[in-house]
Design a protein around this ligand. Structure first.
Ligand SMILES: [Zn+2]
Length: 202
């Protein structure tokens, strides 16, 4: 498999480790990058380094941000009694785009997925419970994990752990396609799923 020089093989391996990039795409991207003018290739590398250096996780909601707390957590106009729990920072953008939701968020950075050995410590659940224990103003947690087996299991787990806490736990209404992805849900469907959310407090 030593068809390419070690530096090119390394680039292909790094690109191939990104989600959704298979071996063929990694090779195509690597050769595209090699054919770029050197200045453009450096700008691409710098953009990755700069975004990484400046973006940390918000100490409250765990979303990526270049200021801590993030602009949403520090906005005095947000409703601090509701926290919408999502899988990824992309889901926060989807909700914000809809302009229907005025509460806060919590980004899990994944869901329980025993098949991919993603356990409780790999997502920010402990941080969520710690945050809730310090936030008596929270009345409701909306579990907006994706409507997949793993997303549902994570939602049920949170509702079980919050039993007796006085915090209502709700789940986005059906209407979201089973196995679907919130990121790709249109604004109207998402707004009605939010409005019709159901209580899953146990
Ligand atoms: Zn935040």
């Amino acid at each position: 498999m030593a068809r390419y020089s070690p530096s090119v093989q390394n680039l292909i391996a790094k690109l191939g480790s990104l989600p959704g990039i298979g071996g063929k795409s990694a090779q195509r991207l690597a050769f595209h990058i090699l054919s770029m003018p050197e200045k453009e290739a450096s700008e691409l590398a710098d953009a990755i380094k700069e975004a990484h250096r400046l973006n940390k996780r918000c100490s409250s909601c765990r979303n990526f941000t270049d200021s801590d707390p993030c602009p949403i957590c520090s906005d005095p106009k947000r409703d601090r009694s509701i926290i919408c729990v999502v899988e990824s920072p992309r889901d926060v953008s989807t909700f914000e785009r809809m302009h229907e939701y005025r509460g806060l968020y919590h980004v899990l950075h994944g869901v329980f997925d025993p098949s991919r050995s993603k356990g409780m410590n790999d997502i920010t659940l402990a941080e969520l419970f710690e945050r809730l224990s310090k936030s008596p103003e929270v009345r409701e947690v909306i579990m907006a994990t994706n409507p997949t087996a793993e997303g549902n299991a994570t939602a049920l787990y949170v509702s079980r752990l919050l039993t007796g806490s006085g915090i209502r736990v709700s789940r986005l209404a059906s209407g979201l396609p089973m196995g679907g992805d919130i990121e790709y849900t249109d604004d109207l469907t998402l707004a009605s799923a939010l409005k019709g959310r159901v209580d899953i407090s146990s």
